[in-house]
Design a protein around this ligand. Structure first.
Ligand SMILES: C[S@@+](CC[C@H](N)C(=O)[O-])C[C@H]1O[C@@H](n2cnc3c(N)ncnc32)[C@H](O)[C@@H]1O
Length: 292
């Protein structure tokens, strides 16, 4: 007889209002940040304060895979409170356009600009937009970073296609992806449909264990989460933890680098204009989820 309990039902994809509630609650307390720090240990980048699996090894990998030059435009897609894009903009002297579904996250990201960029806040803008409809011009971005956000879209093929449209020839889309045990990746096909090729697949073998530590902390400290974040945000975090924990064994996590060939000179000129304002005026599959 099979005594394995059925997996907890997948929580519905959060609405913008739920993301708002989470980001509002998280800003009231450092409890969630302390739990991420405990789960990541020495790999936790405090200054960034990401709501994701972004640790120092991932940041190093992103930095080298982006392969960007000073002054170029980086888009941070699903930026949350902006720490990753702002850290990269400062480190690589980039311009930054970050967007997120959550107006609260966008407001918080905007308020963090002086911390990272001093008086050069105009180098970074944050706005509300959807991965499936970014409202960015075609070929606008020299590169795009998308960390733990794609798994939260309704239609991943559409989202990758939209990011591919925004990417300039010669640019890179660097994104985290994950697969449940035995699932077959569709990255190559998804990238091809977006006019991109898979340039690198960097394995992240430590990612599932980090989530396991983090979710276990959430569950162990459920009362504290309820007290400090409020019932609704704590409930949705705990639902994610209960759902995801059994799915972690055998999970495969990667950093994917997708590249757009630099073969379309008319499009390349568009990105060049966007780069120098001083001179000129992806389908939802339920096996790829990361939390908040
Ligand atoms: C797990 S958090 C990661 C945030 C950030 N990338 C980081 O690493 O800290 C996922 C973020 O994606 C945003 N998000 C989810 N679905 C989105 C969509 N369809 N379009 C834009 N942002 C989305 C959420 O509001 C949330 O801030």
């Amino acid at each position: 007889m099979n005594t394995t309990p059925p997996p907890a039902p997948a929580p519905a994809l959060p609405s913008p209002a739920q993301y708002d509630a989470f980001h509002t609650a998280r800003a009231r307390t450092d409890l969630v940040a302390r739990m991420y720090a405990a789960a990541m240990g020495a790999d936790y980048p405090f200054e960034i304060g990401a709501s994701s699996s972004c640790d120092w090894p991932l940041l190093g990998l992103i930095t080298s895979r982006l392969s960007m030059r000073p002054g170029e435009l980086l888009v941070d897609a699903g930026c949350g409170t902006g720490g990753i894009g702002l850290w990269l903009a400062r480190a690589l002297a980039l311009r930054l356009d970050g967007f997120d579904l959550s107006p609260v996250a966008v407001t918080q990201a905007t308020a963090r600009r002086p911390h990272f960029l001093g008086s050069n806040t105009a180098r970074a803008t944050f706005r509300v937009a959807d991965l499936q409809n970014t409202s960015l011009p075609t070929s606008a971005a020299h590169s795009i970073v998308c960390i733990d956000a794609l798994g939260r879209t309704r239609d991943r093929d559409q989202a990758v296609a939209e990011l591919g449209r925004v990417l300039a020839p010669g640019g890179r889309l660097v994104m985290t992806r994950s697969l449940r045990r035995d699932a077959t990746p569709t990255w190559v096909e998804q990238a091809a449909a977006a006019g991109l090729i898979v340039e690198h697949v960097d394995e992240r073998p430590g990612e599932p264990a980090m989530w396991e530590r983090l979710y276990s902390l959430w569950i162990t400290h459920a009362d504290e989460l309820r007290r400090e974040l409020g019932d609704a945000p704590a409930r949705s975090m705990l639902a994610v933890a209960e759902h995801m924990l059994p799915a972690l064994p055998g999970r495969r996590a990667v950093l994917l680098t997708l590249y757009r060939h630099a073969t379309a000179p008319d499009q390349a000129r568009t990105a060049d204009r966007m780069a120098r304002p001083d001179r000129h005026g992806g389908r939802h599959t339920p096996d790829e989820r990361t939390p908040q």
